[in-house]
Ligand binder design. Structure first.
Ligand code: CA
Ligand code: CA
Length: 221
């Protein structure tokens, strides 16, 4: 596997957040000192509105900075190399490993680098390309993420369709959509793999002679 550049989130928003919260803290501390010191100074007490305004401005700045920081984290994650940090990728891979300990089904995550017009067609093409139709029980599952669009598709092979009820993927799809909207890409993927593993273990329990039919890695091309 090619080495990927280390993911470094932009810190601009975080710097604003820290500066704003420092300002809020200093203004609040000065106001508290003026109010509660043993010999009050009536003139300085009269100026307390300045501290109150500075505190509020600092809190607003901190909130704005935090919002910018969160937004930057999401905006940056539009290539297969930056979509997941290394730690997050390890987390998702661990869930894939756990999935395949419970079930004979095989699950893969693919991060599609190009722009995707029709996500379902893209998922079907990737399913063939990654040779996911080659499993003995036709029970491969692909989660394809179009990283530029932050869109995804979940595709199960025909062996799964013949056993599970209609709408089997609906709840997982809904949860993953919700996680992606929050920018929780790794957590959403890990939960989707975990939930799918739990559900599929009932239909495709792992057998003693289980083989790892599809590599447990996140593909990017
Ligand atoms: Ca297996
Ligand atoms: Ca596997």
């Amino acid at each position: 596997m090619a080495r990927r550049p280390k993911f470094v989130p932009r810190k601009r928003g975080l710097a604003w957040a820290v500066a704003g919260l420092c300002l809020a803290l200093l203004a609040f501390a000065r106001g508290a000192f003026v109010l509660f010191r043993p010999v009050p100074d009536s003139w300085q007490q009269g100026e307390l509105w300045v501290d109150a305004a500075l505190t509020l401005a600092g809190i607003a700045l901190g909130a704005l900075g935090y919002w910018l920081y969160r937004r930057d984290l999401i905006v940056d994650r539009v290539t297969p190399d930056t979509f997941l940090t290394r730690a997050e990728e390890a987390h998702v891979l661990e869930e894939i490993r756990r999935f395949e300990q419970r079930s004979s089904a095989e699950i893969r995550v693919h991060l599609e680098p190009g722009a995707v017009a029709d996500i379902d067609a893209e998922a079907k093409a990737a399913f063939e390309r990654l040779q996911m139709t080659q499993t003995r029980d036709r029970n491969g599952v692909l989660i394809l993420v179009a990283v530029q669009e932050h869109a995804f598709a979940i595709l199960g092979d025909v062996g799964i369709d013949s056993k599970v009820p209609p709408g089997f993927w609906d709840a997982i799809t809904r949860d993953l959509s919700e996680a992606f909207r929050r920018g929780d890409f790794a957590g959403g993927l890990a939960r989707a793999v975990d939930t799918a593993g739990e559900a599929l273990a009932a239909h495709f329990p792992r057998r003693g002679d289980d083989v790892d039919e599809l590599p447990n890695e996140i593909s990017r091309r």
